[in-house]
Write a protein that binds this ligand. Structure first.
Ligand SMILES: [Fe+2]
Length: 237
């Protein structure tokens, strides 16, 4: 049986990149029972299922960090093969109109159990109103809230740079500095980083004031921009 990438106390996080926009996909769960949640299933279900089979884990839930299609466009397809609950923050469902079978509207502070591993939902608005990060012990899957040396855009519909500034401040103040962040896109020099390291190198976390943050984050951007249409993309090409 393949060895799982255990982070702490029997929890594992398997990260792989998929799609034309450098999205990271995650299988996170209980290394003992080999149950997992798929975080943000997008672009190509066959690849996601192949990864789950390769590391020999069973899909038990779907966790959505937010509603953008490059994070959720394979949810429907996945549900045809796996009758599992789909978690998204209620605020994000209301904002986006996202619907699917088995949808479980969640609240900030909720915990989802995958086997014996507890996954906490942290409400982190700014990229979208109902964005969440999923905390698994000493790790946090950050979606489009925080990237290695970057952060999510705040000019798309529902984005708000002032809110994002407050979210990032709260995240970095409330989580221990050795927390390892697992971002929603592979935009940095490394696929993961500790919050302490990010506080040193991430320009968005180093903005001295909210005004500086907004100026940098919104430079050249127009508030209320529509998300680009889904590009044509075929796996392996
Ligand atoms: Fe997004």
């Amino acid at each position: 049986m393949p060895t799982l990438p255990v982070v702490t106390d029997g929890a594992f996080i398997h990260q792989f990149e998929l799609g034309p926009w450098d999205n990271f996909q995650y299988l996170i769960g209980d290394a003992g029972s080999r149950e997992c949640a798929v975080v943000d299933p997008a672009w190509d279900l066959a690849t996601i299922e192949r990864e789950a089979a390769r590391i020999d884990v069973k899909i038990a839930a779907v966790l959505c960090t937010h509603s953008h299609f490059d994070h959720v466009d394979q949810v429907e397809a996945l549900l045809k093969n796996h009758d599992v609950p789909v978690y998204m923050l209620r605020q994000e469902i209301d904002f986006s109109g996202f619907r699917c079978e088995n949808l479980r509207p969640a609240s900030p502070g909720d915990t989802v159990a995958i086997g014996k591993v507890a996954i906490d939902l942290l409400h982190t608005p700014g990229h979208t109103p109902g964005s969440v990060c999923y905390r698994v012990q000493g790790s946090v899957v950050t979606g489009d809230t925080l990237f290695v040396d970057g952060c999510g855009r705040c000019d798309f519909v529902g984005g708000d740079p002032e809110t994002m500034y407050a979210t990032l401040k709260r995240l970095t103040e409330e989580l221990p500095g050795d927390t390892v962040m697992y971002p929603g896109h592979n935009y940095g020099q490394t696929p993961t980083a500790s919050l302490d390291a990010q506080l040193q190198s991430n320009p968005y976390l180093r903005a001295p004031t909210v005004a500086d943050f907004i100026k940098h984050r919104m430079d050249g951007k127009t508030p209320g921009t529509a998300l680009p249409p889904k590009p044509d993309w075929t796996p392996g090409k």
